[in-house]
Every structure is written in C-alpha cells, then in structure tokens.
Design a binder for this molecule. Structure first.
Ligand code: GCU
Length: 138
C-alpha cells in the first residue's frame, strides 16, 4: 500500500540529539536517544481516515544489548517494551513493524526508551495504510 515517511530528525525529541555520523540513514540524519529510561521521539502523523495502519521504525543498534521501547499512539500503548535488538553495527539499519489503530486527522506516535541504555538510533517512521497517499520523502 501507499506509505508516508516521517523522519526522526524533524520529530519532537525529548532527551536525544540529531546526528549523522553513521552512514545509511534516510533524510538528513537520525536521532541518538540519550542513554536513559524515558527518552523519546514523538511523530505527528496525519491519517486520512480512521483504521489500522502499519508503523515501521527504521533503526540501528550497534550494541549487543536490546534497546526496547514502548510505542504509544495518542497516549495509549500499542506495544510495551518492544524489542529493538542489535543490528550488529551503528551503520546497519533494520526495521521493527507493528500494526496500530490511528484516528482520522492528527495522531501522535511516540517511541519511548524503557531501559537505561535509552533507545536505539532512530532513522524514521514509515506509516503504511490505505489512507496514505503521499510519496515517500526519501
Ligand atoms: C555510540 C554511537 C551513537 C549511539 C550511542 C549509544 O556513541 O556512536 O550513535 O547512539 O553509542 O549507545 O546510544
């Protein structure tokens, strides 16, 4: 289906910084989460219609430890401590996907670190569903 990409570097960032020192990201960079529980990136997602869509997070985790994050949509958890396992290197990017209900119009999608390691490096959120009509931005 059609999809819309939302870059992490233009999202709302709480305890994290935009960086571009590891290759392979899309857009102009990625978010390096602070290594603390509770650091988050929040995306403002517009849906043309209410319904279940697929949220695909593109990330890198160059450590050997998991960097789990809880995913909320409009403040409600749709995944608790979802695993973002090692990708083997900071320049190696993989995807974690889940389905979640969106409301018509504006939605917030937040990915919050649940361990003291913080989140992984986050490149983007791709939202895939029947209502997505925009072309990818990268
Ligand atoms: C390294 C790496 C960062 C990463 C950080 C981390 O410093 O260069 O991109 O965010 O580790 O462990 O979170």
């Amino acid at each position: 289906g059609a999809f819309t990409d939302y870059q992490a570097e233009t999202a709302t960032i709480a305890q994290g910084v935009v960086e571009s020192n590891h290759a392979g990201f899309t857009g102009s960079g990625f978010v390096n989460y602070a290594n603390v529980t509770g650091s988050y990136v929040e995306f403002s997602v517009s849906a043309a219609a209410a319904g279940t869509e697929t949220l695909t997070f593109r990330y890198a985790n160059g450590t050997t430890a998991d960097r789990p994050m809880t995913i909320t949509v409009n403040g409600t958890a749709v995944a608790t401590a979802r695993s973002f396992p090692s990708t083997g290197a900071w320049a190696t990017w993989q995807e974690v996907a889940l389905d979640a209900p969106l409301t018509a119009g504006a939605n917030t999608v937040r990915a919050t670190a649940t361990t003291e390691g913080g989140g992984p490096n986050l490149d983007r959120l791709r939202v895939t569903g029947a209502g997505d009509t925009e072309k990818p931005t990268s």
